[in-house]
Design a protein around this ligand. Structure first.
Ligand code: BGC
Length: 955
């Protein structure tokens, strides 16, 4: 299985020009495929007759279909094995060897009789490529490769050649393994990304794809085009006369450009399937659907999530985190995001045989998934090859419409490639394992009437009604489905709403519905896309992040973004400071109205935050550390390890109160960035005033200062600490801004004086002799803990096992003091930032996905380019590389937002003035290595500003 492009391998060549071309021989250069096929036919027909049941008809070797399906392009023994196995015949190793030998002798005999002919168009193209300084190689599994080239008189046309003898001598794997092509590219001094493969065999095209070659050309000498395309050929021609050097360069560049808009995964691996389901999630803010296959295999977490549909936590059911349970300790009816049944389920069968990835896994099956980021559509194409040679391709596409929040679209096309057997194709919303897989739901009804299927559920504690109506049309082997989704959160009668919605649409018109959806995505990309010269891989990863940051944005002001969006079950859909501090800047500068909506969510939770403050014995409002729809705090009070049953207390719910100031900070930044006075005077003021009241009542006073005691700062390894630098700094900011706003508006003047008074006397640590701010009172006196490299970048559960011990050590889970220069860049000199980076960076283990991006931003600011790039890549590719080994539970939007901030505020050093956004003057010299330039749009105060640094990118 190939993971989605792991970008380090994909670094674009600055010249972006095809450097090398690698040709298969038989059927591409030489007209020897028919000779091979004839030699195989005699050999296999003998075997088939020997093994035939007496009296029965013998189905002989088809020198076209069987040749291309089983033997073409493969080393000969593998060809023998593949074909006889498909016919249910078992040969010993010696018999296989003999068969291969007999075929070989026949082949040589026919070659001697007839001579070797070449394809003149191929020879001409090779010559033209060489004339344009493109290096050329020939690769063949045939043991007679060199001999044949010599006798055809074309050996000198190639800079390198590899044949079946080299394959054995160098122990290279045969096609579809990419080994031979990779070796040939290396012999030509080129990278796969800069080279093309030209092949007529399905196995060869697949090898080119698996090797991540920059372009793969399929040559279809008759009836094989669909199979070559399914195997991943970028271009399929009947003869190379259809191509010239200019069209090849154009196709190469188009693919290079398109690559930046696509995430691809080749193959099926049950162990990685849940990760794929997270990465390829589709969504539109109203809902998100994990990317399970259309016929989900066992073990799949094929969830549909609807924003705001929460229910009471089911602590007894082990379906969220991997290593622990999270009993809530509270009976909050809105404490867990509800996983709903999969809405895209279809079953496909040919002659009663199901085409899926159950049971024998990937045997005889191929799978390729492509997430088209530009259009917001997930494509999958599978090829199922049953024993006895039935070859059926299944291609699907799906999306959650951005043009219509209640609509899911799906299309399934079944293409029987070499048979005309019956295809059965069915779509259902039925969920047989409702009670175990979806314990929050009670099914109220399921009805099927004609092409309409309706299911209705109600959540058990929160009593939310959900209705899904699926409408299916089938034309031949094409199935089209529209699913309408409504809940009692958006309509008093969700069933009637879903039905009316469904019947107002025409499934036959699905292309137009897909197009309307993609048009919305295109509008988003106009604001959000970032172009980089010349690093396609970074562009691709940034787009992947922006795609996932776009997914959870909807119209509902009463929901916000969970720590894993709508892409997985981790953190049960809870909203953290991640949204305001890590993601919001991206929205402020690309989707400011959505940023406003996210702040309105907090505004609507003020009643819950006020209750929480009261419960803590305080005034004002204290926002929930983990929040859902009511503002109540739903942080678990403990976790219980599945392995040992050990209980670990969680202090963040009661002590991580900095979130309250983080939200006030976000309100302020929103106003600064948009100039939205009405918001500041209305909901913004309510948030700022009530949060200031909280801090005013929460501080403790000694004879000359105010302190904030008993907190957890961003670094969650330390609990019950006093005067956490980050918390105090943020609280001071909150108090000062609230006082300013009160005076501006001439309201709450007496309180404003009190808030200013507390802000002035609040303890803020001063730099020590090294210039370092102490993270909290007593941090410098903790025990040293040298941090081995291998202990970094791990999910933090193992650390929490020894939570009391960790509390005494100088080790950080994530950026804490270093958050301050990110949020207040102008309050710190470069020297002060460097001093704190030097102190804290070596003792931080990055147990949180939030941490690397902050380090990248800070390192970039102080000119530590190696560190900056290392940390940036870590966060940019966090999910694509599954760096924390937990992407199967959902993607990490805070890391994505953090990577965006590190680029914009760190590498580019963007600051804002009345003239708009300004990158730092030396930004070009600070770009990541190999980048010539970058272009992006930044929304600021009602305008979209085009920002370009360096060259090679167009706005
Ligand atoms: C981090 C928090 C973060 C939460 C959700 C935790 O591991 O320490 O800072 O808010 O994950 O992403």
């Amino acid at each position: 299985m190939t993971l989605p492009h792991i970008p380090q391998q994909q670094m674009a060549h600055p010249e972006c020009r095809l450097q090398a071309a690698i040709f298969d021989m038989d059927g591409v250069i030489t007209q020897t495929a028919s000779i091979h096929a004839a030699a195989w036919k005699v050999t296999f027909d003998e075997i088939l007759r020997q093994h035939a049941t007496p009296g029965a008809d013998v189905r002989l070797f088809d020198d076209h279909a069987d040749y291309y399906a089983y033997v073409d392009g493969k080393p000969r023994i593998e060809g023998v094995r593949a074909f006889v196995r498909a016919r249910g015949i078992a040969l010993s190793a010696a018999e296989e060897e003999q068969a291969a030998e007999r075929k070989d002798q026949r082949f040589i005999r026919i070659v001697h009789e007839r001579g070797v002919k070449t394809f003149p168009s191929t020879v001409a193209l090779v010559g033209a490529l060489r004339a344009m300084a493109v290096k050329t190689a020939v690769v063949t599994s045939s043991r007679h490769g060199r001999e044949l080239l010599q006798s055809a008189g074309i050996a000198a046309l190639f800079d390198a050649s590899l044949d079946g003898i080299d394959l054995d001598a160098q122990q290279l794997a045969g096609k579809p393994d990419p080994d031979m092509f990779l070796r040939a590219a290396a012999m030509l001094g080129s990278t796969p990304a800069d080279s093309m493969v030209v092949e007529d065999a399905v196995a060869g095209v697949e090898a080119g794809r698996r090797g991540n070659f920059g372009l793969v050309i399929g040559v279809d000498r008759g009836g094989n085009a669909a199979a070559l395309q399914d195997a991943g050929a970028d271009v399929v021609v009947r003869d190379l006369a259809e191509l010239d050097v200019a069209s090849l360069q154009a196709a190469f560049q188009a693919r290079r450009g398109a690559l930046g808009w696509r995430i691809e995964a080749e193959g099926y691996d049950p162990d990685r399937e849940r990760q794929m389901e997270s990465l390829f999630t589709v969504g539109n803010g109203y809902m998100g659907v994990r990317a399970a296959l259309d016929s989900p295999p066992p073990g799949s977490q094929c969830d549909l999530f609807i924003a705001g549909v929460y229910d009471r936590k089911r602590a007894d059911l082990p379906y969220s985190e991997i290593e622990f349970f999270t009993p809530s300790g509270r009976a909050d009816p809105y404490s867990e995001l509800v996983p709903l049944p999969f809405p895209f389920r279809v079953t496909v069968s040919v002659d009663g045989m199901f085409l899926d990835f159950h049971g024998d896994g990937a045997n005889g099956k191929k799978l390729r998934r492509v997430l088209d980021l530009h259009d917001g559509v997930l494509h999958a194409s599978a090829v199922h090859q049953a024993p006895g040679s039935l070859r059926t391709a299944v291609r699907t596409r799906r999306c959650a419409s951005l043009a219509d929040p209640h609509l899911l679209l799906q299309e399934v096309v079944v293409a029987p490639d070499d048979h005309a057997h019956d295809v059965a194709l069915a779509a259902t919303l039925d969920e047989p394992e409702l009670t175990t897989r979806h314990p929050h739901l009670r099914r109220l009804a399921r009805t099927v009437e004609g092409d309409l299927e309706t299911v209705r559920y109600v959540t058990r504690a929160s009593r939310i009604c959900i209705c899904l109506v699926s409408r299916v049309v089938r034309a031949g082997n094409v199935l089209r489905r529209l699913v309408s989704v409504f809940t009692s959160r958006d309509d008093d009668d969700p069933a009637a709403a879903a039905l009316a919605h469904s019947t107002s649409l025409d499934p036959g018109n699905i292309d137009a519905l897909f197009a309307a959806h993609s048009a919305k995505w295109a509008q988003f990309w106009e604001r959000a896309d970032i172009r980089i010269a010349a690093d396609t891989a970074a562009e691709q990863a940034l787009r992947f992040g922006s795609y996932h940051l776009r997914l959870p944005l909807g119209a509902d002001e009463h929901v916000s973004i969970g720590a894993r969006t709508l892409s997985g079950r981790a953190y049960e859909g809870h909203v953290f400071w991640d949204t305001e501090i890590f993601m919001l800047p991206f929205y402020l500068h690309t989707e400011p109205l959505q940023a406003r909506k996210l702040l309105l969510y907090r505004y609507h939770t003020l009643p819950g935050a006020r209750r929480r403050a009261r419960d803590m014995g305080c005034a004002g409002a204290c926002f929930a550390w983990e929040s859902t729809v009511t503002g109540a705090d739903v942080t678990p009070t403990k976790i219980v390890l599945k392995s040992s049953g050990k209980e670990i207390p969680i202090f963040t719910g009661s002590q991580q109160i900095h979130v309250t100031a983080d939200i006030a900070y976000a309100v302020w930044r929103y106003w600064e960035t948009t100039g939205d006075e009405a918001f500041l005077a209305g909901p913004g003021a309510d948030i700022l005033f009530d949060t200031a009241r909280f801090w005013h009542s929460r501080v403790s006073r000694d004879s000359h200062r105010c302190h904030i005691r008993g907190v957890v700062g961003p670094d969650e390894y330390h609990y019950a600490v006093d005067d956490n630098a980050y918390t105090n700094w943020m609280a001071r900011f909150n108090l000062e801004r609230a006082a300013w706003l009160a005076r501006q508006s001439g309201t709450h003047l007496a309180e404003a004086d009190e808030w200013s008074g507390v802000a002035q006397s609040l303890y803020i640590p001063q730099p020590d002799e090294r210039g370092v701010l102490e993270q909290f009172d007593g941090f410098f006196a903790l025990d040293e803990h040298p941090l081995p490299r291998e202990e970094r970048f791990k999910a933090p559960v193992s650390r929490l096992y020894d939570w009391q011990q960790i509390n005494r050590l100088k080790i950080l889970k994530q950026a804490d003091v270093l958050m301050l220069p990110l949020l207040f860049p102008e309050s710190f000199s470069d020297e002060a930032v460097a001093a704190n980076y030097r102190y804290y960076e070596p003792i931080t283990d990055h147990g949180s996905s939030l941490s690397p991006a902050v380090h990248a931003a800070i390192a970039a600011r102080i000119g530590l380019r190696d560190d900056a790039e290392r940390y940036w890549k870590q966060s940019l590719w966090l999910d694509l590389s599954n760096a924390m080994d937990n992407s199967m539970l959902g993607v990490h939007p805070a890391a994505m937002g953090g990577a965006w901030q590190a680029l914009v505020f760190g590498f580019l050093g963007m600051r804002f003035s009345d003239a708009g956004p300004q990158p730092r003057p030396d930004a070009q010299q600070r770009l990541p290595f190999g980048w010539k330039g970058i272009a992006l749009n930044i929304a600021y105060r009602g305008r979209i500003h085009a920002v370009t640094v360096g060259c090679g990118v167009e706005q």
